[in-house]
Design a protein around this ligand. Sequence first.
Ligand code: ADP
Ligand code: MG
Length: 372
Amino acid sequence: MTEQRFDQLRLEQVSRRFGEKTVLDTLNLTITGGEFVALLGPSGCGKSTALNCLAGLLPLTQGSIWLDDQRVDTLPPERRGFGMVFQNYALFPHLTVRGNVGFGLQMRRVGRVESHRRVDEALRLVQLTDYADRLPGQLSGGQQQRVAIARAIVIEPRLVLMDEPLSNLDAALRLDMRTEIRRLHQSLGLTTVYVTHDQEEALSLADRLVVLREGVVQQVGTPQQLYGSPANAYVAGFMGYRNLLSMTVTAGVGASVTASGHGVELTGLAVGDLSPGPAIVAIRPDDILVGEPPAGPSGNRIEVSVEVTEYHGREISVQARLPHGQALQLRTDVPVERGEVVPVWIPTEQVLVFPDSQAAGSEQADRLEVVV
Ligand code: ADP
Ligand code: MG
């Protein structure tokens, strides 16, 4: 669709401060042309700031941004040739769908015939051909967001920037639009940087993920790499490890280490530079099996008391307690009841043990749990 493709977009040592506060801290990132990259992190970690720096809506405090050998951070937004989709669709209410989508072309003084052709093509891509003459107020939220996407792609952007574009939609529509965005990316191959706090969205859409924490990159990799091997407890929290337990490493043999705390001892796999002392033990709820240990694999048998059960059709999700009161989340298809004490089994290789980078302090684990 576009004649101005590039091989690489590079962010070099990009920092942004607001007063004393560093919101983006020496961000280095190389994005390959055609790639779909998601920036993932909780609210306030600097995602929108990063996107606005890319778009040219915010000047950098430090560093540079390059498209191949062209420096772009010194260009005004309209000269970068990027398309942007925001969380609130920001459509003009008094313009029709066609008027909204064609607005950027008018600004760029594209001729009427050419403009008409491109708007038609963009509307076809987002499946809104029949809605061209409606006003935004006559459309559903999902349709409005599709208009916003059409408006971004109609200018044939070198790069598409999306800032939590689905967060104002209800759950079912969000899933549909997710598929839609993926489909558009697969058919157009537009390089996309997509910001979200939703790990499922990031995992399902992106070729690569960048996890941010307080403006600092934690890990960059494919969905499989991050899901399979989170680099630290913070990334693990985003990759489904809902249980992040503050414990103490007491012994270790090779990659296998034992940690104790909360009235239990757990053996798992060490990640990173671990030494005896404070650690974060990470376990996914569905890796905790209710019942007696199966024969064969090595693992941990502990007993937990069932506190809350939630029905989810095939499975129930359970909040249980370890002997000293620490909460443990698990999912099971074994019927268990509130108040019951049940044995559970956690295979060694499903328990990840990370250094506690914030070093000790019993509140730390609680804080990390909130992040999830
Ligand atoms: P996210 O998009 O990940 O939720 P933001 O990039 O919007 O995060 O914000 C990151 C941090 O920068 C927040 O603490 C926010 O309060 C602060 N911040 C963002 N914009 C400004 C601004 N214009 N002035 C001062 N602080 C800001
Ligand atoms: Mg934001």
